[in-house]
Design a protein around this ligand. Structure first.
Ligand code: ADP
Length: 171
């Protein structure tokens, strides 16, 4: 069975990676699919994220990394995947994820959404949390793979403080 793991992965965290590793034990192939979402302004381009995910999953031979746009179920059908994989961290995830799973079911009865619960130690972890810590100069070494931490530090060292609404000095 082929599973698609769709998301923004801006950037991929150890929480995502843990989910991917566990999914490789359940599915013959796991396609990590970066959504090209014109409604979001990401920290990393889709191409940068693809490179980051490819190197973070290079030890997992059954993982493929790709990007897509449009409806996730259409992409899943195009890739002949029977499963959409999503992670659940907290009750707050559940509501939106359930709505999304039901919506996708109305679009295609061929694709099942499968939820994997986060590991305890990653239950607080999100890409936004990582970016928030790094933006204020904190260490994210324990939250993302090493090469991605380097990318993040480099990225924030290039963003001028006055372009960051959180640090704009008061007049
Ligand atoms: P999206 O914008 O689609 O939510 P994300 O990259 O934020 O994209 O997340 C992709 C998927 O990974 C979602 O199902 C999310 O719930 C899950 N996820 C994110 N962080 C974790 C984590 N720490 N543990 C388990 N699942 C996670």
């Amino acid at each position: 069975m082929i599973a698609i793991y769709p998301g923004s992965f801006d950037p991929i965290t150890l929480g995502h990676l843990d989910l991917i590793e566990r999914a490789t034990r359940l599915f013959s192939r796991v396609i990590v699919a970066v959504l090209r979402n014109p409604n979001k302004t990401p920290l990393f381009t889709v191409e940068q994220r693809l490179k980051q995910i490819i190197s973070a999953t290079s030890h997992l031979p059954s993982v493929e990394v790709d990007s897509f746009d449009g409806l996730t179920v259409n992409y899943a059908q195009m890739r002949q995947a029977g499963v959409l994989l999503r992670g659940l961290r907290a009750v707050s995830d559940f509501e939106i994820e359930l709505q999304m799973a039901h919506t996708n079911k109305t679009l295609s009865t061929q694709v099942e959404t499968v939820f994997l619960a986060t590991s305890n130690e990653h239950s607080f972890l999100s890409s936004s949390v990582v970016k928030e810590i790094a933006r204020f100069g904190g260490s994210v070494d324990h939250l993302v793979p090493p090469h991605i931490a380097t990318d993040i530090y480099q990225c924030y060292s290039q963003i001028p403080l006055w372009e960051n609404p959180m640090t704009t000095p008061r007049e």
